[in-house]
Design a protein around this ligand. Structure first.
Ligand code: NAP
Ligand code: ZN
Ligand code: ZN
Length: 355
């Protein structure tokens, strides 16, 4: 018993303390409430945010032990008494949050990721739910989630390659849709990692002209195969001269600090740079880089539930999935090192049957 509710223990991988390697453990899952579904997790993607979080790089200290994982794909194995949206056997996903206040203007508008209510957006892990209990993520065998915060994974999408869509996919789909990437628009994707490779695929499917800006030309063949029209190395200063004033939209997925002025110079008049990566340190901006050309810098956080479903349906319609390397759970720590070294093509996905 915890907090007056009964719980079941499930196997998981957790970081016991900041920067410590992840290890096998068990965590509690609540008994099914009326609107809860029990998901038999099949696959969980490794997002760079998982790594920032367990390394306590975002300044909030963290609520250890932390079970990361917010790119969850699985199958419904039980339903609460009043569940109407899902049945046992349905293929479902869970993304970065599992609840929100449901009544604030943002929640009502389908922008639950920006919930302003007292509860706020309840993150899938390293957070506290409405019962006051710690949330634990998808590096586990099972999760219990309210049916209103689960997504339906279309039959056309395999569960392993669909898992990363729940964070990487929606994180790119939402700003690309909001800033209207499409025919006639020049879009640059900075960083060809987990987020970036989905940005290339989705922006291409939306009809935009897509350029990858990567540290080197090492992944150029991949980038072009994924749908990019152009590919440049940011280690080459000539890139910034050749592309000055080119893009309507730049989506920056890089997890480290970049020279923002150099990238803002690549925007055309009225262009927007959307910051998606969340490096540990602030990013300095020189005002002249914005003033000249009436440029904007913006940010975007994942997407709401309805938009995430729209993204999954869009990916099914266009045949888009993540490029993945499926690993067993005992390789999570090694995978983290490879992500940190930009040695990922393009998302590690944990086969949770190995936990
Ligand atoms: P990732 O797979 O590690 O990809 C990041 C890419 O950035 C790398 O593949 C690399 O691309 C480039 N990069 C890494 N270090 C660099 C450096 N020092 N200088 C220049 N480029 C560098 O990570 P991810 O999972 O895509 O996540 C990326 C960032 O987005 C993380 O900070 C994560 O926390 C954040 N994130 C934000 C949201 C949101 O809602 N806004 C959602 C999820 C994740 P190249 O090798 O091509 O240069
Ligand atoms: Zn993520
Ligand atoms: Zn709300």
């Amino acid at each position: 018993m915890l907090g007056g509710m009964t719980h079941t223990s499930v196997a998981a991988y957790a970081a016991p303390a900041p920067k410590a390697p992840l290890e096998r453990t068990t965590v509690p899952r609540r008994e099914l409430g009326a609107h809860d579904i029990l998901i038999d997790i099949k696959f969980a993607g490794i997002c760079h945010s998982d790594i920032h979080t367990v390394r306590a790089e975002w300044g909030d200290g963290g609520n250890f032990p932390i079970v990361p994982g917010h790119e969850i794909a699985g199958v419904v194995s039980a339903t609460g008494s009043e569940v109407t949206r899902y049945q046992v056997g349905d293929r479902v996903g869970v993304g970065c949050f599992v609840d929100s206040c449901r009544t604030c203007d943002n929640c009502r508008a389908g922008l639950e990721q920006y919930c302003t209510g007292e509860l706020g957006t309840v993150n899938t892990y390293n957070d506290t739910d409405r019962n006051g209990e710690a949330t634990y993520g998808g590096y586990a065998t099972h999760v219990v989630v309210d049916e209103n915060y689960a997504l339906r994974i279309p039959d056309a999408l395999p569960l392993d390659a669909a898992a990363p869509l729940l964070c990487a996919g929606i994180t790119l789909y939402s700003p690309l849709a909001h800033w209207q990437a499409g025919p006639g628009k020049k879009v640059a994707v900075v960083g060809l990692g987990g987020l970036g490779h989905m940005g290339v695929k989705i922006a291409h499917a939306m009809g935009a002209e897509v350029t990858v800006l990567s540290q080197s030309l090492r992944k150029k063949d991949d980038g072009l195969r994924l749908g990019a029209d152009h590919y440049y190395a940011t280690s080459d200063p000539a890139t910034f001269e050749a592309l000055a004033g080119t893009f309507d939209l730049i989506v920056n997925t890089v997890s480290a600090n970049l020279d923002m002025g150099a990238y803002l110079g690549l925007l055309r008049t009225n262009g927007t740079l959307v910051q998606l990566g969340v490096p540990e340190q602030p990013l300095p901006i020189a005002p002249f880089a914005l003033i000249g050309g009436r440029r904007s810098i913006a940010g975007s956080l994942i997407g709401g539930i309805a938009e995430t479903q729209e993204m999954l349906d869009f990916c099914a319609e266009h045949g888009l999935t993540s490029e993945i390397e499926v690993i067993s759970a005992d390789r999570i720590n090694e995978a983290y090192e490879r992500v940190l070294a930009s040695d990922v093509r393009y998302r590690f996905v944990i086969d949770t049957s190995t936990i």
